[in-house]
Design a binder for this molecule. Structure first.
Ligand SMILES: NC(=O)c1ccc[n+]([C@@H]2O[C@H](COP(=O)([O-])OP(=O)(O)OC[C@H]3O[C@@H](n4cnc5c(N)ncnc54)[C@H](O)[C@@H]3O)[C@@H](O)[C@H]2O)c1
Ligand SMILES: O=P(O)(O)OC[C@H](O)CO
Length: 332
């Protein structure tokens, strides 16, 4: 039987721990705050997922070494931009033999590294032991056990199989794959596209406009992902178009909701002030744009979302800029 250590007690760390428990995997969660850890040990993470009664297979601690004790699977679910600092603080506690799962959907600011690359850099984990789990997996829907599928991607097919075994619950169906780059780029980039779709919704636009942004956003994602070495087919799969649809269309998505508020005229600072949870696209827009520039990839939607976030461009200006670009072939 697998024993897991889950680092991060937010929405997805908690929902994924419940998936693991429902798949028969015991979990110890690590969190920074006593009150959240105490609530989990009392059977419910009131702050992040109050609707989810937690299995007795799940317990929590604030001690990273205690969380790691006896684990053969480590799951990382902290905000992307904090991963390196976290691993520098407690990465040495991670068991040498364990598979390491990244649930995070972001690209590191400054280095433009994907999360699996940060894990190798900061904690010395060999890429063959790293798996990425990504797909249309809104935590609040998984928490109430609505059926969903996901991709478990690892450069080592047997690591992907071990992780898929550990998280295959009656309502959670993992598919295995080996395209780590494509899976990670798809997961990080869809958050930025969801900001754009939310912004269109906030401006009062309808489904044609939103579908156009989703589809052209997918084209940007594929151009970037394949330029980095990802496989085109990944972007047609669960981690690609599947997650893009869920995140861009759902009011449960934090990135989508953040974008709606921007479209309604709030500033980034005003939205941040009322957003309790992580909207990864807000931070990763700049790093994904940098990555695209480094590889000579044209990403106009991402560029405009980044301008909204970093330069305070209005949603209306962004729409005008995108629509006034020179016409081109759809497949260029
Ligand atoms: N929520 C979802 O539906 C969902 C689904 C799939 C993937 N993800 C991804 O999972 C990752 C985690 O997201 P989440 O939804 O759990 O976020 P969240 O905002 O719900 O929770 C983040 C957790 O990290 C903690 N945290 C904040 N700053 C920290 C720091 N400096 N060091 C350590 N911990 C810190 C918070 O206290 C909280 O426990 C993100 O990359 C997100 O894109 C989320
Ligand atoms: O709530 P969001 O926008 O972080 O999206 C959550 C998940 O990534 C959906 O798969």
């Amino acid at each position: 039987m697998t024993t897991a250590a889950v680092y991060g007690t937010g929405s997805w760390g908690t929902a994924f721990a419940a998936v693991l428990a429902d798949a028969g995997t015991d979990c110890t969660m690590w969190g920074r705050r006593d009150e959240v850890v105490d609530a989990i040990n009392a059977g419910r993470n009131d702050e992040y997922l109050p609707e989810l009664p937690l299995s007795p297979r799940i317990r929590a601690t604030t001690d990273p070494e205690e969380a790691a004790a006896g684990a053969d699977l480590v799951v990382l679910a902290v905000p992307s931009q904090t991963l390196r600092a976290n691993l520098e603080s407690w990465g040495s506690a991670l068991p040498q033999h364990a598979d390491v799962v990244s649930l995070m959907k972001g690209v590191e600011l400054g280095t433009t590294k994907r999360m699996s690359e940060v894990i190798t850099d900061a904690a010395g984990v060999d890429p063959s032991r790293i798996a990425v789990v990504s797909g249309p997996n809104l935590a609040r829907e998984i928490a109430v056990k609505q059926p969903a599928a996901s991709v478990v991607a690892s450069s080592d097919e047997s690591a992907a199989q071990r992780v898929a075994d550990a998280c295959h619950a009656p309502y959670f169906r993992p598919y295995t794959g080996t395209d780590v780059i494509g899976t990670e780029i798809a997961g990080a980039t869809k958050n930025v596209i969801a900001l754009a779709v939310g912004m269109a919704e906030g401006l009062g636009m309808g489904d044609n406009s939103k579908a156009s942004i989703i589809t052209r956003g997918l084209a940007e994602t594929m151009r970037l992902g394949t330029a980095l070495g990802g496989e085109a087919v990944t972007f047609a799969g669960l981690a690609g178009v599947g997650d893009l649809i869920a995140t861009c269309m759902s009011p449960l998505s934090r990135n989508h909701s953040f974008g709606v508020r921007l479209g309604q005229g709030m500033s980034v600072d005003e939205v941040v002030a009322v957003t309790k949870q992580t909207a990864e696209g807000v931070k990763s827009a700049t790093s994904i744009l940098d990555l695209s520039h480094r590889h000579g990839v044209d990403v106009p939607i991402i560029e405009q979302v980044n301008a909204m976030i970093t330069e305070g461009r209005s949603a209306q200006e962004v729409v005008e800029t995108l629509l006034s670009r020179p016409r081109k072939s759809e497949t260029d």
